[in-house]
Ligand binder design. Structure first.
Ligand SMILES: [Zn+2]
Length: 116
């Protein structure tokens, strides 16, 4: 790979693309597509210029890793929670309550529909 890259890559400062307001979508009268100004990323650099592709890719990779990390954390937290005594039972009971409430609401709704 290119050796000219800086050793310590820093995530560039970004702003919402002024063209698409950060949505990354271009909407025309007869169709839509990725915004041409920001390559569909919704982001531009501090200077308002589109970001270089390698910066974008690196940012996306980092974001993906961050999200994956958060998901894994949440999963672990959930697993721990399930192993806490009483939690499974509480969840099951809550589920039952919800089902029951839903049944009651359905019945009430049907009653109203029948005009009674
Ligand atoms: Zn844009």
């Amino acid at each position: 790979m290119a050796k000219s890259k800086p050793l310590h890559w820093k995530e560039p400062e970004t702003e919402n693309c002024p063209q698409c307001n950060g949505s990354g979508e271009w909407r025309g009268m007869f169709g839509s597509g990725p915004c041409a100004m920001c390559d569909g990323t919704g982001l531009v650099g501090e200077d308002g210029e589109p970001l270089p592709r390698e910066d974008l890719l690196a940012m996306m990779r980092r974001q993906r890793d961050r999200i994956a990390g958060k998901l894994e954390e949440a999963r672990q937290h959930y697993r721990q929670l399930l192993h806490t005594p009483g939690v499974r039972e509480a969840l099951a009971a809550e589920y039952e309550r919800k089902q029951e409430r839903q049944r009651d609401e359905d019945m009430a709704h049907r009653k109203r529909l029948r005009g009674g």
